[in-house]
Design a protein around this ligand. Structure first.
Ligand code: NAP
Length: 276
């Protein structure tokens, strides 16, 4: 599994991680899948207090029990809880459910009505208290990213987690270059379009030539930029094993160009938020 530095943290994180949204629906299978993912090096596990109203964090806690040191563990505070005090309380709740004493990265799930200065102040206090190693944002457009960097200063925002899959490439012209400029990792969520993945003859041809699958080719295309990571969710061992295969796949410039042509970038107005 290829690893790369996660934004300014410099921590090596696998290019393909594991999402956990909706995993409470298939709990035992999901736990087995997460553990298999860890075996295969998919140690970036993404969760949130929102998922299953906390039950997914509990499930993740069970899946990583005894293996915490292997995991790059990420959770998210709900915007409604993201006041200075609310963020700290939410983090403590998440740590309890996850059965750990720290998160590797803690994200604001999407922009909040609470002032960003308060949320960032809480994040920085949590870093000082050793409860989180780093913090980031999610669903932030360019202006919101600029605000976060202005408030926090350089090299504080670890990542921006955003919607990114072959049929939704809106981040490419603006958010991705901006994050690159500020050394912010970009984490692609819903890399299979939330289960609506549709293959394409180009993906199939490349997959055949590489002894891979179309989904592996699609995931590798998304992480072709050295700042990008992907977190597919898979609640079955077979799916996890397939996704892990993207972590070692290589694509040539010509193959990347063909995929680029097959999934045209739909232009977006500057300032658009990726769709939640
Ligand atoms: P996704 O990863 O695009 O798609 C998940 C679906 O794809 C599931 O139905 C899964 O099935 C299926 N799947 C995965 N691997 C497969 C494979 N190899 N073959 C066939 N089917 C496969 O969707 P997502 O859950 O929306 O996004 C991934 C993660 O991103 C989430 O779980 C969450 O952690 C994060 N996320 C964050 C935000 C945010 O606002 N920050 C929003 C959405 C998602 P099985 O489960 O049956 O294996």
């Amino acid at each position: 599994m290829e690893q790369r530095p996660f934004g300014p943290t410099g921590t090596l994180v696998p290019v393909i991680g594991q999402g956990t949204w909706n995993m409470e629906r298939t709990r035992p299978a999901a736990i087995a899948a997460l553990r298999r993912g860890l075996d295969l090096g998919m140690t970036h596990i993404d969760t949130a207090e929102m998922y299953g109203s906390g039950t997914v964090e509990e499930l993740v806690g069970e899946a990583i029990a005894g293996r915490r040191a292997e995991v790059f563990l990420v959770s998210k505070v709900l915007p409604e809880n993201a006041s200075r005090r609310g963020t700290t309380i939410a983090c403590d709740r998440s740590l309890r459910r996850l059965r750990t004493d720290h998160l590797d990265c803690y994200l604001l799930h999407w922009p909040s009505r609470h002032p960003l200065t308060e949320t960032i102040a809480a994040f920085e206090q949590l870093v000082r208290d050793g409860k989180i190693k780093s913090w980031g944002v999610s669903n932030f457009n360019e202006d919101a990213v600029e605000d976060a960097v202005r408030i926090a200063g350089p090299d504080r925002v670890a990542c921006n987690q955003v919607l990114y899959h072959l049929s939704e490439r809106a981040i490419e012209p603006y958010i991705l270059p901006l994050c690159r400029q500020h050394r912010i990792a970009v984490v692609a969520y819903s890399p299979f379009g939330q289960g609506r993945f549709v293959s394409h003859p180009v993906l199939e041809e490349i997959a055949r030539a590489r002894g891979a699958t179309p989904r592996q080719v699609a995931l590798r295309f998304l992480v072709r930029d050295s700042h990008v990571f992907a977190i597919p969710k898979a609640a079955t061992v077979l799916h996890v094993e397939e996704n892990a295969g993207a972590g070692t796949l290589q694509l040539s410039q010509e193959e990347i160009r063909r995929i680029d042509d097959a999934f045209p970038l739909r232009t977006t107005r500057r300032g658009n938020l990726p769709v939640l």
